[in-house]
Ligand binder design. Structure first.
Ligand code: DGI
Ligand code: FE
Ligand code: FE
Length: 188
């Protein structure tokens, strides 16, 4: 699918702010893909569609999680997590994206998962460091992303986990497992 076609499919589902974020993720994901040897075209499409379901009503997302037999523990954690797996489902159904690697990059872009593929890592990180992001520590992660994909990914997951802990919020087990997996498997 061409970039313009994809952007036109996504735009009606997003606010202006979220659309600008999507363009930032797209540019960043293409750069990271070229730097680390992922497929830039798949990175482009996964980035364009990654937040496709961000503004779906919670009830609709909940129904999809149940009907499509997605991980039921999602429903016991922050509903911010839901747009990722629900997005993968809707992007296939409504936008006709069939590529499993692209759909997985969308599916795991919020929680992560142990043994993330290169494309999943690229999208996760691009979402975190795109130029519109402003939270504390992001500049350090942007610098790391130029040198080492795994180190930058660990730093971004760590920041997210600490952010949730500081707000007394639960942390989805897959996020913790992803962090553990990355740390344990990194050569020190
Ligand atoms: O959709 P975006 O805002 O672009 O970014 P995202 O899909 O990474 O969503 C991140 C939000 O999800 C962030 O504000 C933290 C929140 N969140 C809630 N619980 C968890 C979580 N993020 C992760 N990784 N793990 C959680 O358990
Ligand atoms: Fe998201
Ligand atoms: Fe996003």
């Amino acid at each position: 699918m061409e970039r313009e076609t994809a952007l036109n499919l996504v735009k009606p589902h997003l606010t202006d702010h979220r659309y600008q974020h999507t363009l930032g993720v797209m540019e960043t994901a293409i750069q990271l893909a070229k730097l680390y040897g992922a497929d830039p075209k798949k990175a482009e499409l996964a980035a364009i569609f990654h937040d496709y379901a961000k503004f779906r009503p919670k009830e609709e997302m909940k129904q999809i999680i149940l009907e499509q037999r997605m991980d039921p523990k999602l429903l016991s954690f922050n509903s911010e997590l839901w747009h990722a797996p629900v997005g993968a489902y809707l992007v296939e159904k409504e936008a006709g994206i069939k590529d499993g690697e692209i759909l997985d990059a969308i599916r795991y872009h919020t929680s992560g998962r142990p043994s993330m593929t290169l494309l999943e890592k690229v999208i996760y990180l691009a979402d975190y460091i795109e130029p519109g992001r402003q939270f504390p520590g992001v500049e350090d992660v942007r610098e790391m992303a130029k040198e080492n994909l795994t180190d930058a990914l660990i730093a971004s997951m760590k920041n997210t986990i600490v952010f949730l802990l500081k707000k007394n919020q639960p942390v989805f087990p897959d996020t913790i497992e992803t962090y553990n997996h990355l740390i344990i498997n990194k050569e020190n």
